[in-house]
Write a protein of this length. Structure first.
Ligand code: 3EB
Length: 339
């Protein structure tokens, strides 16, 4: 059989470097219309009931409670055909250059063991898919601040996560952008964006890198980057970690108003640091679509909404979710991407 010399148009597109997904916001009805599109990588839904992925479909349910208006669906779109299949505990949505993978393992009393196992499986899957870079990870852990021994579950989770990453030889310079909050359910919900090419780590000059936090917050520091930038063929993306009212390494302020203001200062400075790698970061907070805001107390929603409306462009899409951050004194956390 003659060897193939020419690449088809589809193959050429597949081998174009830096093909990364972008996102758009859709109504639930519009999202249902594109669930079978070959270019739909994943559909992220908040406020749904069943977080466990059952059949093979692009839907990813966070199971989190939405505050205020129903949240739009965030569609991750690729310019290559996406495939959807199961691999072990994970549901995989992939193209040649990237994947969104999701798992909802049963939570155990031992958050360290849970984290070590799921990260080990995630890293093995990433290697198998030849998409070794974890760019972004979303993690929702039940009872995040409940005690476990002399520590709490978040601190144990940090230990398990670090053990698995270190065993795989994962460099702190490549730590994913992450968020880690609680959910009201009994499963850890974890989904991650994997890539063939590494991102550029962006840290925040007014915050100590999380992986250098002192031991007062736990025996093992959290393994995440403040943000990762990924150079695309046409446009760069920025994946922004959960950002809170943390200055240096300490939580600041007791009121939600002040925490929101401090969080926005953190986000703005992080974006400024990212401009060389993602020019759209110059547009500031308005470039983060949607901005996701996690609130510890649902009573803080009206105040938060009014405060953010004054700081964002008119009609800017913000999704408010009820979730507890990993430190009890943090009332708010925000994340998103420049997709
Ligand atoms: C902070 O700045 C807030 O452990 O994966 C934010 C994002 C936070 C991710 C994680 C923790 C994590 O430390 C908490």
């Amino acid at each position: 059989m003659a060897s193939r010399i020419y690449l088809s148009t589809l193959e050429k597109r597949r081998f174009q470097p830096g093909s990364v997904p972008r996102t758009e916001l859709l109504s639930p009805t519009a999202a249902t219309r594109v669930e079978n599109s070959p270019y739909t990588l994943a559909l992220i839904r908040h406020g749904g009931t069943s977080p466990a992925p059952t059949g093979i479909s692009p839907w990813i349910d966070t199971g989190l409670t939405v505050l205020g208006d129903p949240a739009p669906i965030q569609r991750w779109i690729t310019d290559e055909t996406a495939e959807h299949f199961r691999s072990g505990r994970f549901l995989v949505h992939r193209t040649h250059n990237c994947a969104m993978v999701v798992a909802a393992p049963e939570d155990t009393e031992d958050a360290e063991g849970t984290a070590e196992r799921v990260y080990r499986e995630l890293l093995m899957l990433a290697a198998k898919l030849r998409l070794p870079q974890i760019l972004r990870i979303w993690q929702y852990l039940p009872r995040i601040t409940a005690p476990q021994g002399s520590e709490n579950r978040y601190q144990r989770y940090c230990a398990g996560r670090q053990i698995a990453l270190a065993k795989a030889g994962y460099s702190p310079r490549a730590f994913p952008a992450a968020c880690l909050l609680d959910n009201q359910g009994d499963q850890l919900i974890l989904y991650a964006l994997l890539s063939a090419t590494p991102g550029v780590q962006i840290e925040n000059p007014r915050q100590v890198s999380a992986f250098h936090y002192p031991r007062i917050y736990g025996r093992v520091a959290p393994s995440f980057s403040r943000a990762l930038a990924l150079r695309g063929a046409e446009q760069s993306r920025l994946y922004i970690s959960g950002t809170a009212s943390v200055v240096g390494h300490a939580s600041r302020h007791t009121s939600v108003e002040d925490q929101i203001e401090e969080t926005l200062v953190n986000l703005e400075l992080l974006l400024e640091s990212a401009i060389p790698y993602c020019p759209r970061a110059r547009q500031g907070l308005g470039a983060i679509i949607p901005l996701k805001v996690y609130l510890r107390n649902r009573e803080d929603y009206p105040q938060s909404r009014a405060q953010l409306a004054a700081r964002l462009p008119a009609e800017h899409p913000v999704i408010y979710l009820k979730a507890n951050a990993c430190r009890e004194n943090l009332l708010v956390e925000m994340e998103g991407e420049i997709g």
